[in-house]
Design a protein around this ligand. Structure first.
Ligand SMILES: *[C@@H]1O[C@H](CO)[C@@H](O)[C@H](O)[C@H]1NC(C)=O
Ligand SMILES: *[C@@H]1O[C@H](CO)[C@@H](O)[C@H](O)[C@H]1NC(C)=O
Ligand SMILES: *[C@@H]1O[C@H](CO)[C@@H](O)[C@H](O)[C@H]1NC(C)=O
Length: 192
C-alpha cells in the first residue's frame, strides 16, 4: 500500500503541475489575442482582421500589453485624423467640384479639425485612466467621420444596396477613421 502510494503521489504532482501550467495566462498576449478579445463581444467581430493588420504595422506593438496597445491604437487614430485633414485640404485644392461637393468638403474639413482636438483629449484621458471620458471623446471623434460621410449623401451606405458606390472622395478615409476609432475604443473597453 505504502509502496504503491509513492508513484501515485508523484503522478498526481505531475498532473497538477501540468494543469497549473495550462491554466496560467500567457506571459504576454499577442496583438492577435488582444484584438480577438477586444472584438469578441457585440457586433464588432468583423473588425478583428483590421485590428490586427493596422496595429501590427505600428512600431512597438509586438511587445506591448493591452494597455500599451490601447495607447498605440489611440496614437494611430490621432495620426489617421491628421492625415484625413491633409487629404481634405488636398482635395479642396483640386478644381471641378460641384457646389454641393465643395460644401461637403468644407463640412469634412471642419469636422475632422474639431475631431483632432478631441483625439488629443482622448489621449490625455487614457493616460490618466479616465476611461469614461475616453469613451465619450472617442464617440465624438468617430462621429466626425460619419458626419463627413453624411455630408456626401451617405456615401458609406453601399452595404445594403449592393449598387455601385457613390463617388465620395472621402469614403475610404472615413471608413478607416471609423474603424480605427472603434478598434481603439474596444481595446480600451476591454481594459476595464
Ligand atoms: C488610417 O489608418 C488605416 C489603418 O491603419 C490605414 O490603412 C490608412 O491608410 C490610414 N489613413 C490615412 C489617411 O493615413
Ligand atoms: C503616443 O504618442 C505620443 C506623442 O507623440 C508619444 O509620446 C507616446 O510615446 C506614444 N505612445 C505610444 C504607446 O506609442
Ligand atoms: C444611401 O446613399 C444614397 C446616396 O448615395 C442615398 O440616396 C440613400 O438615401 C442612402 N440610404 C440610406 C439608408 O442612408
Amino acid at each position: 500500500m505504502a509502496a504503491s502510494a509513492v508513484p501515485f503521489i508523484i503522478l498526481l504532482l505531475v498532473l497538477l503541475a501540468a494543469a497549473g501550467t495550462r491554466a496560467s495566462p500567457p506571459a504576454s498576449e499577442t496583438v492577435e489575442q488582444i484584438c480577438a478579445r477586444a472584438t469578441s463581444s457585440g457586433a464588432h467581430r468583423d473588425l478583428a482582421p483590421f485590428c490586427v493588420s493596422s496595429l501590427q504595422a505600428a512600431p512597438g506593438s509586438s511587445g506591448a500589453d493591452a494597455r500599451g496597445l490601447a495607447a498605440i491604437a489611440t496614437n494611430l487614430t490621432l495620426a489617421n485624423y491628421t492625415a484625413a485633414v491633409a487629404t481634405v485640404k488636398a482635395l479642396q485644392r483640386r478644381s471641378g467640384w460641384s457646389a454641393a461637393e465643395r460644401g461637403a468638403l468644407a463640412t469634412c474639413r471642419a469636422r475632422y479639425i474639431e475631431a483632432l482636438n478631441v483625439v488629443h483629449s482622448a489621449v490625455h484621458a487614457l493616460a490618466k485612466g479616465r476611461l469614461d471620458d475616453y469613451a465619450a471623446d472617442m464617440g465624438v471623434v468617430r462621429k466626425a467621420a460619419t458626419d463627413c460621410d453624411g455630408a456626401f449623401g451617405g456615401a458609406g451606405n453601399s452595404s445594403e444596396s449592393g449598387a455601385a458606390p457613390a463617388a465620395s472622395p472621402m469614403r475610404k478615409v472615413n471608413r478607416d477613421a471609423v474603424d480605427l476609432t472603434t478598434v481603439a475604443t474596444l481595446i480600451v473597453r476591454a481594459l476595464e
